[in-house]
Design a protein around this ligand. Structure first.
Ligand SMILES: *[C@@H]1O[C@H](CO)[C@@H](O)[C@H](O)[C@H]1NC(C)=O
Ligand SMILES: *[C@@H]1O[C@H](CO)[C@@H](O)[C@H](O)[C@H]1NC(C)=O
Ligand SMILES: *[C@@H]1O[C@H](CO)[C@@H](O)[C@H](O)[C@H]1NC(C)=O
Ligand SMILES: *[C@@H]1O[C@H](CO)[C@@H](O)[C@H](O)[C@H]1NC(C)=O
Ligand SMILES: *[C@@H]1O[C@H](CO)[C@@H](O)[C@H](O)[C@H]1NC(C)=O
Ligand SMILES: *[C@@H]1O[C@H](CO)[C@@H](O)[C@H](O)[C@H]1NC(C)=O
Ligand SMILES: *[C@@H]1O[C@H](CO)[C@@H](O)[C@H](O)[C@H]1NC(C)=O
Ligand SMILES: *[C@@H]1O[C@H](CO)[C@@H](O)[C@H](O)[C@H]1NC(C)=O
Length: 464
């Protein structure tokens, strides 16, 4: 515990520092200078981490390590944020936040070291768990400093999540797939979604690359094949959000979200690389990348990323404001480990980064980043997701400067455990089988769908 307390004291100090730095100034960015990119990333990382230690009115509060301490941020988004901060360290070598990040990542592992902490048991979805999985997988691949030996290790944590997903694979409906929710009593259990299945696919692909163990690659292929035969992924590589398993997945919610594309692009890039550049995975990766054009509308020059489903009318929810971060991250990874894609990807990461930096002059709130990168001055719509997205796309411009992800045979040092997460009862929730009241049904997770699909019904991008 001392480890966590020390880290938390550091957190508070960092936050105070950042707050004092809130004076009216814009984030300068010269993309031809790596030092300028790193400096911009440092400013934004500071602004983002200030949210971690403060409440909505900006007061420094002591909180629980690993949680964004106040609504509306769900548990998963903190996992995504720590993943960003692992990558921030990788891109910049700035170790300022490393202890905080390690403390946050470790505090939330839960009693069985599998990212199933009891406090989240009422509303944890497979996709939520996976975002913590992406963070620890990045930590392993990027040689983020390993936790003390008596703590769970990055690779083993990722393997625990993978193993749990294999046990949750559900063939009773839709001939396979993971339900969105982990627990049958949660709203959304009947929804098989792309974030959960695509996330499982990506994690499996990354574990295959890191460990060289073909079992992971076989699972990645199996999950991708399932997506491909489902209405979630069309033969022309359109990626839809999810499908109702009570209708045996006969149709899809056709909302297109940047993060779903990002998740599949990341996984396909790893499989492409793992298979030494196979034609099969090259075709899939290219097909997915081709369809990301929807997020770079020609109206704004075709090189600025837009969350088209909700950004134009400013109706994104808290989760959705962070989605551009993941498309940016995994497009960058594709450029790095599937180098043939770099030529097409880098101009979009450049255009988006330059535009995002211009949004990071949030008027009264100093360098805070707004949401609409295609506008030349901040729209004042700020939050953790907006900071994450800007940080991700700006740092992504360093992707061709930094070392490729490590594997167990190229210098990766994280210790694994292929059997992690398979212990007695580990796929079961302590609450499973107990009556749950309506009030308990948070139905949280990543709320991308259902309700919003209704609100946004006739939007142009849904028409394919
Ligand atoms: C933040 O914390 C301060 C101090 O505890 C409190 O006065 C304020 O109401 C809090 N704001 C929010 C939005 O919770
Ligand atoms: C970051 O650290 C790595 C490893 O020590 C080193 O190779 C690299 O040059 C450093 N980059 C910068 C920008 O300091
Ligand atoms: C769970 O919630 C309790 C009560 O708020 C808190 O003390 C504990 O630190 C939390 N645990 C985690 C892993 O977040
Ligand atoms: C459900 O869909 C799968 C394809 O995903 C199909 O093989 C199966 O026959 C369908 N089951 C029913 C009962 O329609
Ligand atoms: C990729 O190439 C390496 C080196 O030639 C080889 O060891 C490995 O088996 C190949 N992997 C696949 C999946 O074909
Ligand atoms: C992707 O777009 C390129 C360029 O237009 C085209 O050559 C390629 O066939 C497309 N790939 C797929 C799989 O659709
Ligand atoms: C796999 O990734 C490594 C590291 O970036 C790269 O050197 C290699 O060329 C990639 N393999 C293929 C087939 O593109
Ligand atoms: C490969 O991964 C599978 C699935 O987790 C595991 O059962 C097996 O033991 C692993 N093999 C090795 C050699 O680690």
């Amino acid at each position: 515990m001392a480890f966590f307390r020390r880290a938390f004291a550091a957190l508070t100090a960092v936050s105070l520092y950042t707050q004092n730095a809130f004076v009216a100034e814009a984030v300068e960015l010269d993309l031809t200078q790596p030092s300028s990119i790193r400096a911009a990333a440092k400013t934004i990382a500071g602004d983002m981490m200030a949210y971690y230690a403060t409440n909505a009115s900006g007061t420094v509060v002591s909180g629980i390590p690993g949680l964004l301490t106040y609504p509306p941020y769900y548990w998963w988004e903190a996992g995504a944020m720590f993943g960003q901060m692992v990558e921030y360290w990788y891109y910049t070598n700035d170790t300022t936040y490393n202890d905080l990040v390690t403390a946050g990542l470790l505090f939330q592992v839960g009693p069985q070291a599998n990212y199933m902490p009891a406090n989240q048991s009422k509303d944890e979805g497979n996709d939520d768990q996976l975002f913590w999985g992406f963070a620890v997988m990045s930590a392993a691949e990027l040689n983020f400093p390993n936790p003390p030996a008596d703590q769970p290790q990055w690779l083993a944590l990722a393997q625990a999540i993978f193993n749990q997903m294999t046990q949750r694979w559900d063939t009773t409906l839709c001939s396979g797939g993971l339900p969105w929710q982990i627990y049958t009593f949660n709203n959304g259990y009947d929804y098989k979604n792309t974030a959960s299945n695509g996330g499982f696919f990506q994690l499996a692909a990354r574990l295959a690359k890191y460990t060289g163990n073909q079992t992971y690659a076989d699972w990645a292929t199996k999950v991708y094949n399932w997506l491909e035969q489902s209405p979630l992924l069309t033969s022309s590589y359109q990626v839809y959000d999810g499908s109702n398993s009570l209708k045996n997945c006969t149709d899809a919610d056709q909302m297109q979200w940047s993060y779903n594309y990002g998740i599949l692009i990341g996984g396909a890039a790893y499989m492409y690389n793992y298979t030494n550049g196979s034609t099969l995975w090259q075709t899939r990766l290219s097909g997915l990348l081709n369809n990301t054009d929807v997020f770079f509308p020609s109206t704004y020059g075709g090189k600025i990323m837009v969350e088209v489903a909700c950004e134009l009318n400013q109706k994104c929810d808290t989760d959705q404001w962070s989605f551009k971060a993941y498309l940016a991250r995994w497009m960058a990874v594709a450029a790095q480990i599937a180098p043939y894609t770099a030529e097409g990807i880098m101009p979009k990461l450049k255009g988006s980064a330059q535009a995002a930096a211009a949004q990071c002059n949030g008027g009264a709130s100093g360098t805070a980043c707004g949401s609409r990168w295609f506008q030349t001055t901040s729209d004042g719509n700020t939050g953790v997701g907006q900071e994450m997205s800007a940080l991700s796309v700006i740092s992504a411009n360093l992707i061709l400067e930094v070392a490729a992800p490590k594997t167990a045979v190229t210098g990766g040092t994280s210790k694994g455990n292929p059997a992690a997460g398979t212990g007695n009862g580990e796929t079961k929730n302590p609450l499973e089988g107990n009556p749950v009241t309506t009030g308990d049904r948070a139905g949280a997770g990543i709320l991308t769908t259902l309700v919003l699909a209704g609100i946004l019904g006739g939007a142009w991008f849904m028409v394919t």
